[in-house]
Design a protein around this ligand. Structure first.
Ligand SMILES: Nc1ncnc2c1ncn2[C@@H]1O[C@H](COP(=O)(O)OP(=O)(O)OP(=O)(O)O)[C@@H](O)[C@H]1O
Ligand SMILES: [Mg+2]
Length: 242
């Protein structure tokens, strides 16, 4: 079981320090350092191929760094005993079994951590999937699959939440809902790291913006410090990045 910490979860710090990862000739991540703190939504921005997913995959122990490190509350992901309870993650292309229902998928995850069925119902409600819960995931729309992924990320009531492009596939109502969800998670003291290639959307939610281009860090500042047209600023920072 995940301990509930008195109902209020406090997130740990995410520390990425000098992270480097090459794939052949490609520098996917090139000496990236930043910190994401509890109570703050940190937006992780960059154009396609900038290294966002690679950084998150290393953070979550799904790829290994060539050098540098990525720590969650001072530990690597692989050192965390009950990961669902500490770090909720949504990654690109992390598809659940298509033949299972959303409910069965979450229940299977929950059981691996001794989490009860009541919490499964709670997260299904939280992401608005109650009505589709008994249907096979193979028949879900992209937005519904994204909501299921978010439900899985929140299942263990984690203090740290790492979401790769969570807005993908969501309709305008879904994007508004997601914004509220992320703000709410940070408001409860959790650490929220969320990637996107859409600066306008992330700037509406994030307190802090970390921007990468061609694997390198190009900005790390409070959202309020980005003045002027955000899209122009993003293109200037990441200019000719591919
Ligand atoms: N497993 C892999 N094998 C080879 N190259 C890879 C691999 N994973 C990532 N890359 C390369 O590393 C670079 C960074 O990719 P990454 O997926 O991290 O970018 P991203 O910022 O998430 O982009 P997007 O916005 O398109 O999701 C790209 O050039 C990509 O082709
Ligand atoms: Mg990506």
């Amino acid at each position: 079981m995940c301990s509930r910490r008195g109902g209020v979860s406090v997130g740990g710090v995410i520390e990425v320090d000098g992270l480097t990862k090459r794939y052949g000739a490609v520098s996917a991540v090139d000496g990236v350092s930043f910190v994401a703190r509890p109570g703050v939504v940190t937006g992780f921005l960059g154009p396609n191929g900038a290294g966002k997913s690679t950084t998150m995959r290393i953070l979550l122990g799904l790829a290994s760094a060539d050098s540098g490190q990525a720590l969650l509350s001072g530990r690597s992901y692989r050192e965390i005993e009950r990961p669902l309870c500490e770090v909720g993650a949504l990654l690109e292309c992390a598809a659940p079994h298509r033949g299972r229902s959303g409910y069965a998928h979450l229940l299977w995850l929950a059981r691996s951590h001794g989490i009860g069925v009541q919490r499964v119902r709670e997260v299904l409600g939280l992401v608005g999937l109650e009505d589709a819960a008994r249907r096979r995931v193979g028949g879900y729309s992209q937005g519904m699959r994204q909501r299921l992924g978010l439900a899985a990320a929140l299942l263990g009531d984690p203090g740290i939440v790492v979401l790769d492009e969570p807005a993908n596939g969501l309709d305008p109502e879904g994007i508004r809902w997601l914004r509220g969800l992320l703000r709410g998670l940070a408001g409860e003291g959790r650490t929220v790291l969320v990637s996107s290639h859409l600066i306008g959307e992330v700037a509406r939610t994030a307190d802090r913006l970390v921007v990468v281009a061609r694997g390198r860090l190009v900005a790390d500042a409070d959202t309020a410090d980005f003045t002027g047209d955000l899209e122009d600023e993003f293109l200037r920072l990441t200019g000719g990045a591919r």
